[in-house]
Write a protein that binds this ligand. Structure first.
Ligand SMILES: NC(=O)C1=CN([C@@H]2O[C@H](COP(=O)(O)OP(=O)(O)OC[C@H]3O[C@@H](n4cnc5c(N)ncnc54)[C@H](OP(=O)(O)O)[C@@H]3O)[C@@H](O)[C@H]2O)C=CC1
Ligand SMILES: CC(=O)C(C)=O
Length: 303
């Protein structure tokens, strides 16, 4: 199997192209999943405060450090600033909470999870009587300044954005002393993000594809919703390459030049999702897959 080639960021740092996603991975499952992933060869884990499992991810990391399987510098760890902590004076404490939970002294990448800021406080999903999120007046441009300070303090090596659109990224770029290195967004054949990806390339911002398998375990997924992993057009391509549909979907991100973070808590799938370095999609395959675009966004922050 050919060795995976890492993505190089605009600050010269590198990032393994495949990471293990951890959203919805239950605290009782995620420790084993991260241990399995490290044993299989993953050197990148995607975390977030809001996934409420960073401590259990940290348990796996600590076990693998103690075992001597990996050293801290061998693994790339991402976390994300939740929407209730956008106020600049809350940002350092927020990253320190993630660091403490993960048992780390620094992150490789810290992202603003969503551009929208919620009312500060203990409630991570503050809502009004009409079930609408209660906003905070903080502008993400000011939050960005606080993330830059985290790099200067050595709490994270690299900073970036998640779920930002072009206009929002441009606003950050206008004020940035440190340019965002990464944009993490939903990307898969039903939402191929071609325009935003081209924009990011033009600004030297790497793109990480989340929900690359169509997030079948996402909360609220309608039983009748189309299942990306079962799409007959993808099944046919999988057949052509003697691979699984999941492997085609992962390669779809990598062969376009993205980082990709499939989630699984199942050892055989964690292995399958990593066994993608012995084949490549052709330009024609990529064109065919991209034609499945249907503005099929799966992940929103609601109102
Ligand atoms: N920045 C952001 O706002 C967001 C970031 N993310 C990140 O991206 C990661 C991935 O996205 P996510 O939404 O979780 O969804 P994915 O598209 O990665 O799908 C995960 C689901 O696919 C199943 N699965 C995994 N591998 C296979 C396989 N080979 N064959 C069949 N089924 C498989 C998993 O099952 P099982 O686990 O049971 O094996 C799980 O049900 C997240 O976990 C999170 O880290 C996601 C959403 C938003
Ligand atoms: C999954 C995730 O990152 C969300 C919903 O913010």
């Amino acid at each position: 199997m050919a060795a995976p080639v890492p993505v190089i960021f605009n600050n010269g740092r590198t990032c393994p192209v495949i990471g293990l996603g951890t959203w919805k991975s239950k605290p009782g499952e995620v420790t084993q999943a991260v241990k399995d992933a490290i044993d299989i060869g993953y050197r990148h884990v995607d975390c977030a405060h809001i996934y409420l499992n960073e401590k259990e991810v940290g348990d796996a990391l600590r076990a693998k450090f103690e075992e001597g399987k990996i050293k801290r510098e061998d693994i790339f760890i991402t976390s994300k600033l939740w929407c209730t902590f956008h106020r600049p004076d809350l940002v350092e404490e927020a990253i320190k909470t993630s660091l403490k939970n993960l048992g780390l002294e620094y992150l490789d990448l810290y992202l603003i999870h969503w551009p929208q800021a919620f009312k500060e406080g203990d409630d991570l999903f503050p809502k009004d009587s009409e079930d609408k999120f209660i906003p905070s007046a903080v502008d993400y441009v000011d939050t960005w300044g606080a993330l830059e300070a985290l790099v200067e303090k050595g709490l994270t090596r690299t900073i970036g954005l998640s779920n930002f659109n072009r206009r929002q990224i441009e606003r950050v770029l206008e004020v940035a002393k440190i340019k965002p290195a990464v944009l993490q967004i939903e990307v898969h054949p039903y939402l191929n993000q071609e325009k935003l990806f081209e924009f990011c390339k033009s600004r030297d911002i790497a793109v990480t594809a989340y929900s690359p398998l169509g997030s079948p375990d996402r909360p609220g997924a309608a039983p009748t919703a189309p299942q990306l992993l079962q799409d007959p057009r993808l099944l046919a391509l999988a057949d052509k390459h003697s691979k699984t549909t999941a492997q085609i979907l992962i390669r779809y991100a990598i062969d376009r030049g993205m980082i990709v973070i499939p989630k699984s808590v199942t050892r055989s799938r964690i292995q399958e999702n990593f066994n993608v370095f012995d084949f490549q999609l052709t330009l024609e395959d990529i064109k065919q897959i991209s034609a499945l675009e249907c503005n099929g966004r799966l992940c929103t922050m609601g109102e």
